[in-house]
Design a protein around this ligand. Sequence first.
Ligand code: TYC
Length: 110
Amino acid sequence: MSDDDGDRFDDDGGTALATKPKPKTKRPPLYKVMLLNDDYTPMEFVVLVLERFFGIGHAQATEIMLTVHKKGLAVVGVFPFEIAETKVSQVMDFARRHQHPLQCTMEKEE
Ligand code: TYC
């Protein structure tokens, strides 16, 4: 059968593969960055973290903070590995410097 790809291999003399090999276009994996709730970090501090490190506006940052407060955690962004790792470090350092127990983690997206 003609494969219409313009090459010289329309007729391979009867040794065609049963299935075409899949072109490998693997996207790099993405990682979810999550904030976890705790009883001590001030709500305003969490809103500031979302604004400063994730570029989220005040209204949406407040909504996400309240979601974490009520549900226990929320995904705050999805990034390639190195960027996710940097966000986690920045948040953890900032929280530690202010002596808040805020936790930020990352998890590979399925
Ligand atoms: N639960 C905290 C409080 O009542 C607020 C909070 C929200 C803490 C989100 C952490 O990731 C967090 N002060």
